[in-house]
Design a protein around this ligand. Structure first.
Ligand code: SF4
Length: 301
């Protein structure tokens, strides 16, 4: 409420019914700050991102590359997998003809349009220039408040910075002190099948905890309720790929001599992409599955 009295809110689609036309009437750079939530998945998202960039002095993505578990799984399948799940892959959807949404349809002689649905999810900074990053899914309320205060007072770090600490989560985790000198993992455990010891480091117990590859600043919210880190604050500074970084950490801790034993432990990770790329798949350095329709084109996407 203090923020609301300090600024004029010009657009907030999930809370208030502002019209997009009002945005058009604002002069370029007439908005002090735009906080844009989510990724860019269709042409409407892109249009809004570009318009807000034009109208704003400062742009933050709210969370770095938020992709829900389901969306991430479909992203790996490409556009077809996502549509298949949403349009006909649900028990609650009745669509015997398998009709898929089209950018343009004719109904009773009239033309109806929908935004174009992209093959991939894009992070906001793959589409427009952003000024700061506010990590977390969602970012903690205190971090949002501190960051907005920094904008109001002009006390901001250099552009391009992340508005969060530069340390890895393990550095601030209360369980770090209880880690053994050397962690050796002989078995991968899953948190919904085994109760974790609330006094031990998850990784030392064999649970996948992304703390070593994840930026701190979340207040260890999940750790405090006995849930391992899932990586929502994105990679630690200086690391581009959170997934490969964590994978290399994990594999260096596997305790097995024979190749087949190593393979067995690795194969017991039920959903590797889900663990390692839950929040960063659109920004992955591994790239993406090339959609069928582009596979024979000579030019890379
Ligand atoms: Fe804490 Fe997880 Fe790091 Fe262990 S691996 S110290 S539980 S953040």
């Amino acid at each position: 409420m203090d923020v609301a009295s300090a600024v004029e809110i010009v657009l907030w689609p999930i809370a208030l019914d502002f019209k997009y036309s009002r945005l058009d009437s604002i002069p370029d750079k007439g908005i002090a700050l735009s906080i844009i939530s989510g990724s860019v998945r269709n042409s409407e998202h892109r249009e809004m991102a570009e318009l807000l960039r034009k109208k704003s002095q400062t742009v933050w993505p709210l969370a770095r590359a938020p992709v829900t578990v389901e969306l991430r799984a479909c992203e790996l399948q490409g556009q077809g997998g996502y549509l298949q799940l949403g349009v006909s892959g649900r028990a609650t959807v009745v669509n015997p003809q398998g009709v898929y949404p089209q950018p343009e349809s004719k109904v009773d002689g009239k033309s109806l349009t929908l935004p174009e649905f992209y093959d991939h999810v894009y992070t906001l900074d793959q589409i427009i220039t952003v000024d700061y990053y506010l990590p977390g899914c969602p970012p903690p309320a205190e971090l949002v408040a501190t960051s907005i205060k920094a904008v109001l007072t002009g006390d901001l770090p250099p552009r391009g910075s992340s508005l969060a600490p530069r340390k890895a989560l393990c550095d601030t985790c209360p369980r770090n002190k209880k880690k053994p000198q050397r962690i050796e993992i002989g078995e991968i455990k899953r948190i919904h099948t085994v109760e974790a010891n609330p006094d031990s480091c998850f990784l030392a117990e064999g649970f996948i905890c992304l703390g070593p590859a994840t930026r701190g600043g979340c207040g260890e919210t999940c750790i405090k309720i006995n849930i391992p880190c899932r990586g929502c604050f994105g990679p630690v500074p200086g690391i581009i790929g959170q997934g490969p970084k964590y994978l290399s950490t994990l594999t260096s801790l596997i305790k097995a001599e024979r190749d087949e034993d190593i393979k067995e432990i690795i194969d017991s990770i039920d959903d590797p992409a889900g663990y390692f790329y839950r929040f960063t798949e659109p920004a992955s350095i591994l790239g993406r599955r090339v959609p069928e329709k582009h596979r024979h084109e000579e030019e890379p996407l």
